[in-house]
Design a protein around this ligand. Structure first.
Ligand code: COS
Length: 378
């Protein structure tokens, strides 16, 4: 068992940290305040190979593996959680197309994602009435001569208004999980209409939109994988995506805890730094233990995926624990800042707003417990 990162993993993590420190962190507060999509920053990530970390070099990726990807996500999220979620979904879309696409589909889309020619990719699974239960989706894809026609609504789609390519799930057969297919839809396709940005609590520099498919015609070869094989593709993609969100949660909590620790060393009350008080040290200690546990669970899931072993339950454990621990840690970090934690002068309040969604998206904590529980009983 290897706990230390390899040279390649360290190089990717250092590259991400350097860019995050130089470019992302200084911009993060303004991006949040202005709800500004970080187009230039995302192009920079692509230039560094961070939009296709686990993608073969033949398709334009960094071919650095899943652990390197997790480490890079942690570094980017430590600086800006909004940038990190966009990076996470984009990497996931590139991986899904690499895994399930035909050679043509791979060649058409994956290099463009990796190179930043497409600023983002999107994953359009959820619907207004189908969140935790995607098998209940209502969007349909009707087979017509020479192609398909999509009709329906999607909800909560990260970067849905910026994506060069979207993976869209739609019903092509009967009810339930077995009637669903996946499609590749290019941004700007007539009939695909992104709605207004959601006015979110956090992650305000990432965009989240509903999508309407209004007789949206796509070509025959837009089908990804087998007809009616789409649910399995979604589940496998989400297994990997959950490692990304666990990494994001670890990154946010790492940034929050470092800042709270610095603050505790500088802030003086009763004639000494508040870091001298045992009550405060206990808070930092509990946060440190939880953070390390979250990081290790996340890297274990990443390592299993990288070595081709089953990792679905381990990814759910990592996502469940990391997201809940990161929420607790960010709460504590606001508390450590006292009144200053409640205003925008410090990043603590942004971290708390940003981290909240990590127990909700890419499968709620309740869904992660379902996945883990079912696996334990198998
Ligand atoms: N990998 C591969 N295949 C999987 C799988 C996985 N991780 N999980 C399920 N499947 C397959 C099953 O093997 C089954 O295949 P068959 O039809 O051949 O038997 C099929 O998918 C249906 O599985 P199941 O019956 O377990 O589906 P459920 O409807 O009970 O759903 C959960 C299972 C709850 C795990 C799933 O709906 C889920 O993950 N929901 C959360 C979705 C989510 O994360 N939404 C957020 C979207 S992104 S913001």
């Amino acid at each position: 068992m290897q706990i230390e990162p390899t040279e390649t993993q360290l190089l990717v993590a250092r590259t991400a940290r350097d860019y995050a420190e130089r470019v992302i962190r200084p911009a993060a507060a303004d991006l949040d305040r202005e709800s500004r999509f970080p187009t230039e920053i995302l192009h920079g990530l692509a230039e560094l190979g961070l939009m296709g970390v686990n993608i073969p070099s033949a398709l334009g990726g960094a071919e650095a593996g899943v652990v390197a990807y997790a480490l890079a996500m942690m570094e980017v999220a430590r600086a800006c959680a909004s940038t990190a979620v966009t990076m996470s979904v984009t990497n996931m879309v590139a991986e899904v197309i690499t895994t399930f696409g035909t050679p043509d589909q791979r060649a058409r889309y994956v290099p463009r994602i990796c190179a930043g020619e497409y600023v983002a990719g999107s994953f359009a699974l959820s619907e207004p009435e189908a969140g935790s239960d995607p098998g209940g989706m209502r969007t349909t894809a009707e087979k017509v001569p020479g192609g398909w026609v999509l009709r329906g609504e999607k909800q909560w789609i990260t970067s849905g208004d910026h994506a060069g390519v979207l993976i869209v799930w739609a019903r092509t057969g009967g009810p339930g999980t077995r009637g669903i297919s996946a499609f590749l839809v290019e941004g700007g396709t007539p009939g695909l209409r992104p709605g207004p940005h959601e006015d979110k609590l956090g992650l305000r520099a990432s965009t989240t939109v509903p999508l309407t498919f209004d007789d949206c015609r796509i070509p025959e070869d837009a089908l990804l994988g087998e007809r009616e094989g789409g649910f399995r593709i979604a589940m496998m993609a989400l297994d990997g995506g959950r490692i990304g969100i666990a990494s994001q949660a670890v990154g946010i909590a790492t940034g929050a805890l470092e800042e709270a620790t610095d603050y505790a060393k500088q802030r003086r009350q009763f004639g000494r730094p508040i870091a001298d008080f045992p009550a405060l040290q206990a808070q930092l200690a509990d946060a440190k233990v939880e953070l390390d546990a979250a990081r290790l669970l996340t890297l274990r899931a990443a390592s299993l995926k990288e070595s081709g072993r089953p990792f679905s339950s381990e990814a759910a454990m990592a996502k469940l624990f990391a997201s809940e621990a990161a929420n607790r840690i960010c709460q504590r970090c606001v508390q450590i800042h006292g009144g200053y934690g409640y205003v925008r002068d410090f990043a603590a309040e942004r971290h708390l707003r940003d981290v909240r969604v990590t127990t909700i998206y890419e499968g709620t904590s309740e869904i992660q417990r379902t996945v883990i529980g079912r696996s334990a009983l198998r």
